[in-house]
Design a protein around this ligand. Structure first.
Ligand SMILES: Nc1ncnc2c1ncn2[C@@H]1O[C@H](COP(=O)(O)OP(=O)(O)OP(=O)(O)O)[C@@H](O)[C@H]1O
Length: 291
């Protein structure tokens, strides 16, 4: 089974201001979406609201066309940033308890994932490393065979090889079962390879959203003499203009078909796109937080 996720004007206000504000996003079924953005951008709030654990101030979120309410939907797996594990329990106890609470629990699948992670049923949770605990927490979510998983920084404690393995596991699950994944991350190189779509939040708002390949292909860096005017470049296509000495670099969301003499057109990588988007949004809307 595969399900989509849609946020309509999703907004959450705390005393200090808006954690999410007018957030609209449509996440396709059977896709892996990277939820990125600076600290405090609203990623955990959006995931928590989609999991039904945080009630919105305005707007709503629908999963598979059904509005999310405070009751956790069994088809949805959610992994919080703080991994919910009992340190004194053995891995086997954690599995048994999760199996008892979930009718959809797939024990064989969970054991296969444990083997892949080289985790033993006899290990006590408290003796596992941070990375091993993160993998166990993820296995407890995936063992339920959810149709949608919401993962809050699932890779944060993992070494590079473990991250690669987790990425491969998620991609394999999506291919096998059509599961939909939304995961927050601060590591852009990783999400570039593992994710189909990017959702960039800044100050609780959507700063950029779309298929990963399209975003990376469409954004380009144009470089030329700083003395040249930019009249030939539509303002709406300019994400960020930077001038250093004799040279101007413009990150554009769409390259013009013809470049003036002395200008070059080069690809932009995901880091450059995200950083330019964040900087340009900061300049455009300096007072959004707490407004
Ligand atoms: N329970 C709460 N009470 C008050 N303010 C909150 C609460 N939870 C989050 N916030 C505020 O909402 C904003 C968004 O927080 P959130 O945790 O969603 O950001 P984030 O993008 O997940 O950040 P990070 O990358 O640091 O995990 C922040 O300004 C935060 O201080």
């Amino acid at each position: 089974m595969s399900i989509s996720l849609e946020a309509h004007n999703a907004s959450k206000r705390y005393n200090r201001g808006w954690a999410l504000h007018h957030c609209d996003a449509a996440i396709e079924a059977s896709s892996i979406t990277a939820l990125v953005g600076p600290n405090g951008a609203g990623k955990s709030t959006l995931l928590g609201a989609a999991a039904g654990l945080i009630s919105l101030t305005e707007g709503d979120i629908a999963i598979g066309g059904r509005l999310v309410d405070r009751r956790m939907d069994l088809a949805v797996g959610y992994l919080a940033q703080e991994k919910p594990l009992y340190r004194r329990w053995r891995v086997a106890d954690m599995l048994a308890q999760t199996a008892d609470l979930n009718t959809d629990w797939d024990d064989r699948h969970a054991h296969r994932l444990l083997d892949e992670a080289s985790l033993s049923l006899e290990d006590r949770v408290g003796t596992l490393s941070g990375g091993q605990r993160a993998r166990l927490a993820l296995i407890l979510v995936l063992g339920r065979r959810p149709a949608l998983v919401l993962l809050d920084e699932p890779m944060a404690d993992l070494d590079p090889l473990a991250r690669l393995r987790v990425q491969q596991t998620l991609m394999a699950e999506v291919a096998d079962t059509g599961m939909t994944v939304v995961m927050s991350s601060h590591i852009l190189t990783e999400v570039r390879d593992a994710c189909d779509a990017l959702l960039l939040l800044q100050d609780g708002r959507v700063a950029l959203h779309g298929p990963m390949d399209d975003l990376v292909l469409q954004h380009r860096i144009l470089t030329g003499p700083s003395a040249d005017s930019l009249d030939w470049l539509p303002p709406a296509d300019r994400v960020e203009v930077r001038t250093t000495g004799q040279q101007t670099s413009v990150l554009v969301s769409l390259a013009p078909s013809i470049l003036p003499a002395h200008w070059i057109n080069e690809p932009a990588d995901l880091d450059e796109i995200v950083i330019a988007r964040l900087r340009s949004a900061e300049i455009a809307t300096p007072d959004t937080v707490g407004a």
